[in-house]
Design a protein around this ligand. Structure first.
Ligand code: SAM
Length: 263
């Protein structure tokens, strides 16, 4: 058990569940394994559970925190640990490219679970500026992110994230590791954005459109779910069966389909 350097009452609307298990915090720092020169950025430092151990190890860190009540105590407590830069903003309004400058940042965070998907998609928008990400999320979300075709939880999130990143679930975290405990299990996941020349998607908007339509009605065949988006001839030209369902189509299959001209 790790005692926070300062304590504030957790705010539910900001998804605040503060980590206090020393062993889990150490595992996160170990997974990130910062090296000299790395540009570390933490989303939602809260009471500093991960922040201060990372600072002790690395010497410098930028954090993005929305809760105004945490800014002053974070500033004060950081003085004993290292150089902390605090960005007091909604992370969804932060342009990671600005923080990265001409390098790439390494993102870390025990994310507010109510914003997990928006934050993941926001990170995808700035993938060029990001070297890797280590996030604590609901375990159910991590399962969806890493799911393979045929799995019940394979869906839009799996396809969108895997097309742009390598997704590796690392370890599970029980509710008791947080105060207050969330109602669900959590897990830490690593995501490494693919290099530009490794990304096969030609038009992200079209790709998103196809994937969203396919899974919008996941019980339907591709032919029906993609009505108005891609016809049977196009589906076949992508090497897919029009009577297949979205959950049977792998990521390269969706990419082939979205890359075909759709007149
Ligand atoms: N890192 C701390 C820990 O592990 O104990 C706190 C994690 S808590 C689950 C999520 C943190 O994200 C809180 O500090 C919360 O205030 C912050 N947060 C919530 N919404 C945010 C937003 N839109 N932008 C930036 N930070 C946000």
């Amino acid at each position: 058990m790790s005692k926070p350097e300062f304590q504030r009452e957790a705010k539910k609307h900001l998804g605040q569940h503060f980590l206090h298990e020393k062993g889990i915090i150490a595992k996160i720092v170990q997974a990130v394994d910062p090296k000299p020169g790395d540009r570390l950025v933490e989303i939602g430092p809260g009471q500093g559970a991960i922040t201060f151990p990372l600072l002790d190890r690395h010497g410098s860190l930028t954090v993005i925190e929305f809760d105004r009540d945490l800014i002053e105590p974070l500033t004060e407590a950081s003085k004993a640990h290292g150089a902390l830069t605090i960005v007091h903003r909604d992370v969804l309004k932060v342009d990671f490219s600005d923080i990265a400058g001409d390098t790439q940042i390494r993102l870390v965070g025990n994310l507010p679970y109510n914003l997990s998907s928006p934050i993941l998609f926001h990170a995808l928008d700035h993938a060029d500026a990001i070297r890797d990400m280590h996030f604590m999320l609901q375990k159910e979300v991590v399962d969806r992110m890493a799911a393979e075709p045929g799995s019940k939880v394979y869906g839009r999130l799996s396809v969108m994230l895997q097309a742009y990143c390598r997704v590796t679930p690392l370890f599970k975290v029980p509710p008791g590791a947080f105060r207050p405990p969330p109602k669900v299990d959590s897990a830490v996941v690593r995501m490494v954005p693919r290099a530009r020349d490794e990304i096969a998607v030609q038009d992200r908007k079209r790709f998103e459109h196809v994937v969203r339509a396919a899974f919008g009605q996941r019980r339907k065949t591709l032919r029906n779910a993609l009505n108005g988006v891609a016809d049977s001839a196009l589906i076949e030209a992508a090497g897919l069966r029009p009577d297949a369902r979205a959950e049977q189509v792998d990521v390269p299959g969706f990419i082939r389909l979205a890359n075909l001209p759709s007149t």
